[in-house]
Write a protein that binds this ligand. Structure first.
Ligand code: DC
Length: 231
């Protein structure tokens, strides 16, 4: 299937892809979808409903039935990039809880959960004019996207960013624990059986270590023009 004006952005945890993706979408006046929040929403629903995390069938059932809605948000509100609703209830910050962080890799390793999320993501992609961010957008969700980017940064830099974010949200982990968690998630995301994290063969790799979002956006806008995503 061909997707028009879609930018696929993948990369490891805290690589800066969400911040950059959101800024890029704003510049281009595109829709923005951070697919990680979908796996997080399923995970939150699993935890809140007392579903056994190890029960793949029950988790899948819940994922298929989940009433999940993602809406653009006014950034001034409370620093959010978008709003996430489950059954009409705002869970934008709940999906960032440490217990969700600790469980989401397992939930997102389930094939049927992934298939359901990918189905929803492709539906979203068909609207066109979309920046979609995740782990498998260029490889699985939209392999025909005209521009695929793989955003990365050193583990230390990513842990530093995650640690600062979590401090702002009032979750006070130490830096060493954050680094260990980032490395643990890289390990799981890159080695899982279904749709492991890796750049698409034709993805352009962008290392954000020690670079400002503005210079990266400028580089990507140029790439978008060259790949005729945007003129
Ligand atoms: O980007 P994030 O940290 O919010 O992602 C949360 C989890 O979801 C992470 O463990 C990887 C997983 N994920 C995935 O498997 N596929 C995606 N397209 C997006 C996220």
């Amino acid at each position: 299937m061909k997707y028009h004006n879609v930018i696929a952005m993948d990369g490891p945890a805290a690589s800066g892809k969400s911040t950059i993706g959101r800024m890029l979408a704003d510049k281009l006046n595109y829709l923005f979808l951070d697919t990680g929040c979908m796996y997080r929403a399923v995970t939150l629903a699993v935890l809140e409903n007392g579903v056994d995390v190890a029960d793949e069938t029950a988790v899948t059932q819940l994922a298929i039935q989940l009433d999940l809605d993602i809406q653009p948000a006014n950034e001034e509100e409370d620093g959010r990039h978008y709003s996430v609703f489950i059954n009409g209830q705002d869970v934008t910050w709940d999906i960032r809880r440490p217990d969700v962080d600790a469980t989401v890799s397992q939930i997102s390793s389930y094939l049927a959960v992934r298939q359901e999320m990918v189905r929803r993501q492709r539906e979203f992609g068909q609207r066109g004019n979309v920046v979609m961010v995740g782990r498998d957008i260029g490889t699985v969700v939209m392999p025909d996207a005209p521009l695929k980017l793989y955003i990365t940064a050193s583990a230390e830099e990513r842990a530093r960013r995650r640690w600062l974010d979590r401090e702002k949200q009032g979750h006070a982990d130490g830096f060493a624990e954050t680094l260990t968690d980032v490395e643990r998630r890289d390990q799981i995301d890159s080695n899982r059986k279904h749709s492991p994290l890796r750049p698409a063969a034709d993805a352009i790799i962008i290392d954000t270590t020690n670079r400002s979002p503005e210079t990266i956006i400028a580089e990507i806008l140029q790439l978008a023009i060259e790949s005729s995503v945007s003129s």
